[in-house]
Design a protein around this ligand. Structure first.
Ligand code: NAD
Length: 326
């Protein structure tokens, strides 16, 4: 299938492009390189620098590519994703994340692209009361980032009804790790994700890390999250697009591991390789004690299960950072 990957130079998008190409698909990447890297785009993918909020630019790219061969599916990764930034600057988040999706959907309608895969997030569940989220759990985001992803989910559903489109909305939990070739991984300034922060501390790139809260109602007092390898997430997209295109259906699916690991567990896993200089600080506002995905639906509908465990997630990110000195 010919696939348009918007945001394909970013962390999860670039891994998905690798999986798509490995599975024999033709890939066109559109990315404004605001956080993505040109070098992260697989050499066999076509690349266009462009912004998803710019209808004319996107329309031109899609028209040009469609004249050679029509697209079967479009994938959206092109979001701003930093929660504190979204609290400070909601306008940027609504414009980029929601207006961007609307523009993309308009272009898809114009060029008759019937299938969309959308990257959503566990942040749509907010402070999930029960700790384990199913796709039926209440959606109640607690920050503008989560709100923009939920608004986009709803907009995609209304477009699908109006124009006979199919969608697969994936709600990811904590994504980490790097590609097995160590060519791509999570590279950016000011990383905030717990796995790379712990590994950067272990490697001496950071002097010390702070664990936010040691008094949560969890087994060891630190927050529990569901960690999933980026290549497992990426492969789910290959399965998801095949499923919706062949069956002519739409789905909302969690991508997680069904298991929780605490911050202390992450530190202990990294300390199997190198010591981690850490201290305990105050809780961060809005951090729920426990957030785990039920992945029953992904298993039933797509036959998808994560293949890589926490040890492999940590090792791949560690090797990637040693190689790239970041
Ligand atoms: N990283 C995670 O742990 C995580 C968890 C849940 C959901 N997600 C979702 O996954 C998606 C990808 O996240 P990521 O971690 O790969 O982030 P990322 O910042 O690495 O990737 C986003 C990509 O989109 C591009 N982009 C952003 N705005 C654009 C625009 N207006 N026009 C064109 N390109 C644009 C960026 O340059 C970048 O290449 C996001 O939609 C995010 O909400 C990520």
């Amino acid at each position: 299938m010919k696939v348009c990957v918007i945001g394909g130079a970013g962390y999860i998008g670039s891994h998905t492009v690798y999986e798509l190409i490995d599975a024999g698909h033709e890939v066109v990447v559109v990315d404004n390189l605001s956080t993505g890297l040109r070098d992260a785009v697989h050499k066999k993918a076509a690349f266009y620098e462009g912004d998803i909020t710019d209808f004319r630019a996107l329309d031109e790219i899609i028209a040009h590519e469609s004249s050679k061969k029509p697209f079967g599916v479009a994938m959206h990764f092109a979001a701003k994703i930093v929660v504190p930034e979204s609290v400070k600057n909601p306008s940027l988040y609504y414009y980029n994340n929601v207006e961007g999706v609307r523009t993309m959907l308009d272009v898809m309608v114009k060029h008759n692209i019937k299938n969309i895969i959308f990257s959503s997030t566990a942040a749509v569940y907010g402070e999930a009361k029960e700790g384990v989220c199913t796709e039926e759990s209440e959606t109640k985001p607690i920050n503008p980032y989560g709100e923009t992803k939920l608004a986009s989910e709803k907009m995609i559903d209304w477009f699908a009804r109006a124009y006979g489109m199919n969608y697969c909305i994936f709600r990811y939990f904590n994504v980490a790790g790097a590609h097995k070739t160590l060519e791509i991984g999570l590279l950016r300034d000011h990383l905030t994700h717990i796995v790379p922060v712990t590994i950067q501390t272990a490697l001496g790139i950071r002097k010390k890390m702070t664990v936010f809260g040691g008094d949560y109602d969890t087994e060891d007092g630190t927050c529990v999250r569901d960690y999933i390898h980026v290549s497992d997430i990426a492969y789910a997209h290959v399965l998801g697009m095949k499923h919706i295109a062949e069956k002519n259906v739409s789905e909302v699916i969690n991508l997680g591991s069904n298991q929780g690991f605490s911050v202390k567990n992450i530190i202990s896993e990294v300390e199997k390789h190198y010591p981690v200089n850490h201290e305990y600080g105050a809780r961060r506002e809005g951090d729920p004690a426990k957030l785990i995905a039920s992945n029953k639906r992904a298993k039933e509908i797509l036959g998808w299960m994560p293949k890589r465990d926490l040890a492999e997630i940590i090792l791949s990110d560690l090797q990637f950072r040693i190689k790239h000195k970041k």
